[in-house]
Design a protein around this ligand. Sequence first.
Ligand code: NOJ
Length: 550
Amino acid sequence: MPSEPWWKSAVVYQIYPRSFADSDGDGIGDLGGVRAHLDHLQALGIDVLWLSPIYPSPQDDNGYDISDYEDVDPVFGTLGELDALLADLHARGMRLVMDLVVNHTSDEHPWFVESRASKDSPKRDWYFWREQPNNWTSAFSGSAWELDEATGEHYLHVFSRKQPDLNWENPDVREAVYSMMNRWLDRGVDGFRMDVVNFISKTPGLPDGATGAGWRQLGGEHYVCGPRIHEFLQEMHREVFAGRDALLNVGEMPGVTIEDAKLFTDPARHEVDMVFQFEHVNLDQDGTKWKPFPLDLRDLKRSFGRWQEGLAESGWNSLYWNNHDQPRIVSRWGDDGEHRVRSAKALGTLLHLHRGTPYVYQGEELGMTNMAFGSIGEFRDIEALNHYAEAVAEGEDPAAVLASMQPMNRDNARTPMQWDDSPHAGFTAGEPWIGVNPNHAEINAAAAIADRDSVFHHYRRLIELRHDEPAVALGDFTMLLEDDPHVYAFTRALEGTELLVVVNVSGEPASFAAIPDAEAWAGAELVLTNAEPEPRGLELGPWEARVHRR
Ligand code: NOJ
């Protein structure tokens, strides 16, 4: 595929370092832990490691509140260890993508410390200061404005009050960010995952919000893909990425529409390579994440189908079920009981064979599940803690609030990686910073690697298929059986090769007899399945997935 970018046939693995592996016994994962487990990544076959933030941080939002962009937090290690990790990865033919948060900094970043010092600080205008707040709300409950006693003004924070938003209207801010990014690339990193990067341009004057427009917070319409966003990303491209080779720049973009995403990822426009969109992970909720309802598979088909079509000619999709903000997919839309292994494989198959770059979040390749949190004291995430405090203060029943938080809270994704069946799952020799899921006795990497039929080996085969079969990376996509509530089916086609993917997304038997040419397909080469013995015919068992080729 000479003229196609490398990342079209690549698979990215996300590590949330806090929860991956602890090498020094302090109960918190670190870079030493990552380095110790590179064999695991290599065995899986991934191409890129995306590392969630490891910069110095007060850890109010687990590192998404950065107080120094140019160093490593001692809790995770040193710059020297990061260089060593980079060298290890490159030696194994893998790339490193850093998570970068530039919509906001920590309130402990020297830029903000200087900005808040006085009304005439040279950095005052690097952030948003107002005498009177507007009506915007924070993603982590309450107002998006915090009163700063020192000067009697309020500053804007779309996320926690320890995450003040940077003012990208100020060219000095932009220049400082670009030069910092250039230093990371000069150091050898292979790109960035840009946190909420479509929030960096705000409507001048910061008017009150009315709807929230696609993002659940009031005011969102004034910063989700704001007025200068394309200009800023093009400038970033010119100042940082242009003239450098083989990088990956993925923009996390809550509330992004297909029309926006087409513009952001059109290679001719030089903005980002691909975006993370949120439409599919919002299909089981309406406005609030705390009252999810069961997914209607037809909605997922409509959503994915539109995104596949929208970016078919130019632009590119990112494909994900999980990350550090989402609950575990096997608990969410699979069956984490009787059919855990099968359903995890089925969902992996469904996702990975779309057109786009798949992202695997640590533990997803083991079929790790959500955790049962017994009390509010077991939660660690600021989003959950703030929501609980606010709901209880408003008079809601604490037990009911706790129960409502189980399915969707972000700590579900942040329980430690399950390496083996030892007391803390092989994650740490100390006391883990967050509880380990008791099911690690059964669900763990050691057991998965030893078992040829595990979720791990199925993911490995999916990744291998993307590497080896060009139709997976580049083929045209056609959705089938749009109105079927249980069977997800589509074809991929490239230069005479056609793949059929059929997945029964239910615990009941189902059939794909209604697809065009079904009999012939059922007799075609079976490239991959999660069923034993090798299935035949047009019937699918519970959570059965098949990939045929002809
Ligand atoms: C998106 C990140 O993924 C999330 O973890 C974080 O809380 C917010 N951005 C704020 O940085």
